[in-house]
Ligand binder design. Sequence first.
Ligand code: ATP
Ligand code: MG
Length: 617
Amino acid sequence: MPSNVNQCPDRPSAKLANHHITPGSPGRPPEPNVSTAPAPPAAEGADAPRPTDFIRQIVREDLSSGRHGSIKTRFPPEPNGFLHIGHARAIWTDFGIAAEFGGWCNLRLDDTNPVKEDPVYVEAIKDDVRWLGYDWHDLRHASDYFEVLYLAAEKLIAQGDAFVCDLTAEQVREYRGSLTEPGRNSPYRDRSIEENLDLFRRMRAGEFPDGARTLRAKIDMAAGNINLRDPALYRIKHAEHHQTGNDWPIYPMYDYAHSLSDAVEGITHSLCTLEFEDHRPLYDWCVDKVDLAHHPELVAPLTGKGLPFEASKPRQIEFSRLNINYTVMSKRKLMALVQDGLVESWDDPRMPSLQGIRRRGYTPSALKLFVSRLGLSKQNSMIDFSVLENTLREDLDAHAPRRMAVLAPLKFVLTNLPEGHTETLRFSNHPKDETQGERDIPFSRELWIEQDDFAEVPPKGWKRLVPGGDIRLRGAGIARVDEVIKDADGNVVELRGWLDPESRPGMVGADRKVKGTIHWVSAQHAVPAEVRLYDRLFNVPDPDDDTDGKTYRDHLNPDSRTIVRAYVEPAAALAAPEQHYQFERIGYFVADRRDHRSDAPVFNRSVTLRDTWTTKA
Ligand code: ATP
Ligand code: MG
C-alpha cells in the first residue's frame, strides 16, 4: 500500500516559501538585498543600542500591556543534521529575546520523523547552543508529548474535528485541489465518531501497515489556504524511535506536534522562519481546538513523567531566513558533501555548519554581532559572504593576540652576529590593548622569513627586501641582504646579511627610516606547525543555481584548502585548542579544536587580513 503522506512535505520547504514573499508589501521592513554596505554600529556590547526589531517590539508591547507576565520561547531544531550559520539567527532570536526580556527559552528537539534522526545530532545541537553562549530552561523532545498528542487527537475525533482517512497518497493529492481550484471532501470524511475512534485506536495498536490510513483534521477542503484542506495529523510508520523505541507505530505530523508542544510548554511567542507563515492558521486551529488550558486531563501523562507544563495560547511570529552567498545551507546538500567525501566531515572548517565554522575560527561574539546587525525582518534576502568575514575580522582584530609565524620559510642569516647568538625580546601581545600584556620572543643569528618578502628583481613599488636594501625586522632592528645563495636550479635557498647594531630596539638608530617591516621567527627556536589555509568552499555566489545544468558540486573551489608546513614562534605553539591569533601580516588563525597539540601545532586560517574576493568577483 503506498504511503498516504510520505510524499507530501511535512515541514514546509524554504524554497517554496519564497514564492509567498512580496517584497515591499506593507508591514515588511526592508532587508538589504546582497548587502555589502558598511554595517551600522554594533548592537552588542555594553554601550551599544539594544536591537529593536519588529519581534522585540511585539514582545515589549505584550509585556507592558500585561498580556504576558514573562516571555517564554523555544528553539525547535529537528535532530536530522547539524546546525548551520542560518540557525545562528534563530538561536539568537529565540534564546536572545528570552534572555533580553528576563524570560526563558527551551531547547526542544522536534523528533517526529524517527527514520531521519540521530542522537549524534542532538549532542552537536546542544554543544552549538552552549557555544553561542546560551542555555536552555528545559531540554525537551516533541516525543515527550506523544501521549498528550495522542489524547488530544482522540479529543479532536470526539469533537468531530478529525477523521480517519483511507485515501492513498495519490488520491489525497487528487482530492486536495490546487491554488486555483478547491479540493473535494474525502469519502471517509463523514465516518461516525465511534468508527473514527475505533480505527484511530487500531492505528495506534499497530494493526495497519505504513501509509494505510491517516488521521486528518476536518477543516475545509475549499479553504484558500491549502494547509487547511483537511491536513494529516497522524501517519502510520512502523519505525523505531531514538527516544520512544517501538512504542509508537503512528507519528504526529509537524504542524500538529509543533503547535501543541508549544502550548504544552507554555510558550508565549513561537518564533520561526517565513516558510511557516502559511501554516499559522493551522497552528492556531490545533491550539484552539485542543484547548489544553481547559483540559488538564490531556496533560496528565506529563505529571507522571515529572515534566512540568503550563498550557498557553502561543503566538507564532515569522521572520526571514538568513541566506548567505558562496555557500549552501540545505541540510540535504550539507549531508551530501560529507557523505561523498567532498569535505572531510561535518566539522570540516569549510562547512557552514556551526561545528565547521567554529573549527574554522569563527567566534560566538562575531556571529552574534553579525546576526544582530542584520536584525530581523519579514523579507528574505541574500547576504554577501564578505559581510560575515568582515565581522570576524573586526572581532578578531579587537581581541586576538598577535603572534609571528612564517608560512613559506626562507633562511636569513645575520652574519655579523656571533655564531650561536641568541637573545630574548619583549613584544606586546596586542597593539591596541595593553591589558593583553607582553610575551618573550627568542631572537638569534638565523631567522626564517617569508619567501615572498624577498625579491631579487623587485616589481615597481616594492617595499620589502632586495639585495643590498634595508628592511626592518619587526621589533629586532634593521637588516640588509648582502648575499643570495641559490641551489643548482637557481632557486633562492638562503639569504646572508647584516643586522645594523645601531638599530636595535631602544637605540637612537632604531628610528632610522626604512621602507618596510617584515615578520620573522628564530630558526633555532621556532616550532614547526601545520597550517591549513582555508578559503570559501564554493567559487560562485549562488552554488544552488542549477539553471545551467551545473550543480553545487560543480562549483566547489579547488583552492578551498591548502596545507603548508610553517614555523611559528614558541608562544604560539603553546596555544590551547581554539585559541585565536592574528599571525602578523598574514591573517587570523585558530589552533585546531581537534588536532592541535603544543608539540605538534595545527592552525586553521579563519580569515585573511583583507578581503581578496571583492576584487575577484
Ligand atoms: P531543513 O534544512 O531540513 O529544512 P531547517 O534548516 O529548517 O531544516 P530545523 O531543524 O527545522 O532546520 O530548524 C530549526 C529552527 O531554525 C526553525 O525554527 C527554523 O525556522 C530555523 N532556521 C532554519 N534555517 C534557518 C535560517 N537559514 N535562518 C534562520 N532561521 C533558520
Ligand atoms: Mg525546517
